[in-house]
Design a protein around this ligand. Structure first.
Ligand code: SF4
Ligand code: SF4
Length: 279
């Protein structure tokens, strides 16, 4: 049977908040029984966008991580809620029944992703329904996906076996696999948020003037083992990304034709700009 999945490309998210706003537009003041009662205007963020800045001047980037309910196949919210108040539809979507869940504030704490919000006025726990009411009506995607201008969000309804192939082909990951909740939300380019980089610039001196070293070869070593190679661009810049935070010592070997080779030791805690290295 085909089931819904959401694919989020971290590299394409620009924090425009259209997904968040379209979710508000759909759910504030609107009940969609049996799936949801109205979402409060302020407070809950069924699509919650996290922000992370990496690096140091002048090599800095920012990544955004949209976090909705993961519609887990092994969902603690389902097992811990009383009276079957949280359930999974045959199409993969996890729903908090707004009638059965009334007064069950504990449900909020069952989600390790923090995807469940308490609605004080309605006395009920709430979260993203993947716009189940619209999908029932034949919509091909939820409102957040429809409103994303960059293509960072993609909803796919496929057999699980087909999804396994998509995960492999597109190199998708889940957030916090260690929770073992089997999410149906997958991420692309998650390294932009979770991993770090070593970057810098190579410069040369020509006739007393400092210039960018375009085409210098930079090799990254960890415990004497080569783990990456980069060639500097027009600005003399290089970058090694997808490195583990707090992963300790690395060596950079810089080779630039006509100059003596240089070695630089780097102790990596979080993204690091080693600055300009003059050959
Ligand atoms: S993300 Fe949280 S609320 Fe959503 S299904 Fe998983 S455990 Fe439940
Ligand atoms: S609409 Fe798309 S680009 Fe904008 S914040 Fe949401 S996921 Fe990111």
């Amino acid at each position: 049977m085909e089931k819904w999945n959401l694919i989020i490309d971290v590299a394409k998210c620009e924090d425009c908040n259209n997904c968040f706003l379209s979710c508000k537009d759909e759910y504030v003041d609107n009940d969609f029984l049996p799936y949801s009662v109205a979402q409060p205007k302020h407070g809950p963020r069924w699509m919650n966008i996290m922000r992370k800045e990496r690096g140091e001047f002048r090599m800095v980037d920012v990544a955004y991580l949209p976090i909705p309910c993961m519609h887990c196949d092994n969902a603690p919210c389902i097992t811990k809620a009383k009276d079957g108040a949280v359930y999974k539809k045959n199409n993969g979507i996890v729903i908090i029944d707004p009638e059965k869940a009334r007064g069950q504030k504990d449900i909020v704490d069952t989600c390790p992703y923090g995807a469940i919000w308490w609605n004080e006025e309605k006395n009920v726990a709430q979260k993203c329904t993947l716009c189940a009411h619209l999908l029932d009506d034949g919509w091909k995607e939820p409102r957040c996906v429809q409103s994303c201008p960059t293509g960072a969000l993609r909803a796919v309804k496929v057999e699980d076996s087909k999804m396994v192939q998509i995960i492999k082909d597109e190199n998708l990951e889940v957030l916090h696999p260690e929770y073992n909740t089997k999410p149906r939300v997958y991420y692309k380019n998650l390294y932009r948020f979770l991993k770090c980089f070593i970057g810098g610039s190579i410069a040369i001196e020509v006739a007393g003037v400092t210039d960018c070293a375009d085409g210098a070869r930079v090799t990254l070593f960890k415990n004497s083992k080569k783990i990456g190679e980069a060639v500097t661009d027009n600005f003399g810049d290089f970058k090694f990304d997808s490195l583990e935070e707090n992963s300790g010592g690395y060596s950079l070997e810089i080779v630039c034709e006509g100059y003596e080779k240089k070695i630089l030791e780097v102790d990596l805690t979080t993204s690091k700009n080693v600055g300009t290295i003059l050959m």
